[in-house]
Write a protein that binds this ligand. Structure first.
Ligand SMILES: C[S@@+](CC[C@H](N)C(=O)[O-])C[C@H]1O[C@@H](n2cnc3c(N)ncnc32)[C@H](O)[C@@H]1O
Length: 420
């Protein structure tokens, strides 16, 4: 039971963590277990004979290491490598091993180390090979941990340091929750070495110009578990609990709830082969549960992209052949056999068919300023100036701007939706 629970609406985002360089969010065992096991349902051999590398993971504290060590034989791993970062603080109580409590009773500062497991066997002779045996093995074999020194560019344990790159080259699948502030660089490195990955990131990373092209080209996609709300992470003892949505458990361990968290991967899984079965365009206009669509004569069209606006994934018309702008959360349901991703409504993607000159932004409170940001996303022309909503005036025309949209087109349709 929790010692304290904060139940206000959640407002901390990974984006905020990134801005504050608060990279210390520790993933819970159950989240890792749930995600990894979904791949096994699709292909039980996903991890068989593979070298798994957790490269932002203190082996004595990370649940990634704990999960893969505990399931080493079940997954039929060839090897498990975990490396910790020199600057990484101790997460707090509840560490997997008493490692940092040993000695004079004070908690010791962790050093950058690598722990490598080639096998997990029944060390304690209780008839099973499990995490207790890993603990015993690491206690008995101090040589199983290697000190990481770093190099002239990066500190020990930095995923970019020479030691860690050597481990990466040996690895088949990299699985971790990397520092949010280094997400772009992190993914670029995995792609450079052509490795499989299963990592946690911020939903908004979809819109990064370094990340989106990988998604568009089906080199990276969303993982299986979707948390439409938020996900709970352990944070270090010193972490300031000024966010809403936090708790401290009975052992004094701090947790915060984080919005917009997703798994990113290039491992295949079942959900990306499931079809989205939506209504036709005409059916949506008649029966949609969304007031933004039901009863309208047509879907809105963007003024600066050659596409219709589909504000909800479940309102994607199954029979529409043209380009559609859909929310980025569509990617949670994306099936590459059913849809083609054509772009994203960001200036850097270059898909806009129109550029606006300077605009007057009219804010909710009626204040006006000269801006150019209407070009940053999809714009819809409105016949009346909206009240209580920011809009933009260009000459005599008024526009509202929407969030970033992914531009898609249907590739194949079920027979029912095909036009005669
Ligand atoms: C979001 S935390 C996640 C920790 C752990 N993977 C987990 O999920 O519980 C990111 C971790 O990466 C470490 N880190 C920060 N910069 C790093 C770097 N350049 N190379 C490797 N690890 C880094 C941080 O100290 C932190 O422990």
């Amino acid at each position: 039971m929790s010692r304290q629970i904060q139940s206000k609406p959640l407002n901390r985002s990974l984006g905020a963590a990134k801005a504050a360089k608060q990279d210390e969010f520790y993933t819970q065992y159950v989240d890792i277990q749930k995600e990894v096991e979904a791949y096994l349902e699709f292909d039980p051999d996903t991890f068989r004979g593979k070298v798994v590398y957790c490269n932002c993971d203190d082996p004595f504290e990370s649940n990634f290491f704990k999960y893969f060590a505990a399931n080493f034989n079940k997954l039929a791993l060839k090897k498990l490598i975990a490396t910790s970062y020199d600057g990484s603080p101790i997460a707090g109580q509840g560490s997997l091993f008493p490692e940092y409590n040993e000695g004079n009773g004070k908690r010791q500062k962790p050093k950058a180390i690598a722990v490598i497991l080639d096998y997990v066997k029944d060390e304690d002779g209780d008839g099973a090979a499990n995490i207790e045996d890993v603990k015993l093995f690491l206690k008995r074999n101090k040589a199983a941990r290697i000190a990481l020194k770093g190099d002239d560019k990066f500190p020990g344990g930095d995923f970019r340091s020479a030691d860690c790159v050597a481990f990466l080259k040996e690895a088949d699948i990299v699985v971790t929750n990397p520092p949010f502030s280094l997400f772009r660089v992190y993914v670029a490195q995995i792609m450079e070495y052509k490795k499989k990955l299963l990592i946690i990131g911020n939903l908004n990373a979809i819109t990064y110009k370094e990340i989106f092209p990988l998604i568009k080209d089906n080199k990276l996609w969303m993982g299986v578990s979707i948390h439409s709300g938020d996900r709970e992470f352990r944070v270090p003892d010193h972490y300031p609990l000024n966010a809403a949505g936090w708790r401290i458990d009975e052992n004094g361990v701090k947790y915060i709830r984080v919005k917009g968290v997703r798994w990113y991967t290039n491992l295949d899984h079942g959900r990306r082969h499931q079809r989205l079965e939506g209504m036709t365009l005409a059916e949506n206009l008649r029966f949609s549960k969304h007031k933004e669509i039901k009863g309208k004569a047509a879907y809105d069209r963007y003024d600066n992209y050659d596409a219709i606006e589909v504000p909800f994934t479940d309102a994607i018309p199954g029979d529409y052949d043209g380009m559609m702008g859909v929310p980025i959360t569509f990617l949670d349901k994306y099936n590459p056999e059913q849809y083609e991703i054509l772009g994203i409504t960001k200036t850097w993607d270059g898909g806009a068919c129109k550029t606006y000159s300077m605009q007057t932004q009219v804010s909710k409170d009626g204040s006006k300023s000269l801006v150019s940001k209407l070009n940053d996303g999809p714009a819809i022309k409105v016949s009346e100036c909206p009240t209580g909503k920011t809009y933009y005036r260009v000459g005599t025309e008024n526009f509202i701007q929407l969030y970033a949209r992914v531009l898609i087109r249907v590739l194949t349709r079920p027979a029912r939706g095909r036009k005669k």
